[in-house]
Design a protein around this ligand. Structure first.
Ligand SMILES: [Zn+2]
Length: 90
């Protein structure tokens, strides 16, 4: 399902991938600048950001699992449908 909000329709998975890509760039930049300038604040924030990035990855994987499980359940309901159950469902 896509949330539009007046913007072009982009799926949740594509949005999560964009967030993961941008966050990865931000994390690498923060780590590089933090170690280059010996800024403990930047390094600490980069490690904090690692947790955020991990949560985005988990959200993306949850979306994939949900998509896969709904696909499998639709396949299994199609395969296990008997004439009686299809009659009672209609
Ligand atoms: Zn955070």
């Amino acid at each position: 399902m896509a949330f539009t909000c007046g913007m072009p329709s982009i799926s949740v998975q594509v949005r999560l991938l964009l967030v993961i890509a941008i966050s990865t760039c931000f994390l690498i930049t923060e780590l590089a600048v933090g170690f280059k300038t010996h800024s403990l604040a930047l390094i600490a924030d980069a490690f904090h950001y690692t947790g955020d990035l991990l949560s985005f990855v988990i959200a993306y994987l949850a979306q994939k699992v949900q998509q896969l499980s709904s696909h499998i359940s639709s396949l299994s309901s199609y395969a296990s449908s008997s004439p009686l159950s299809s009659y009672s469902a209609s």
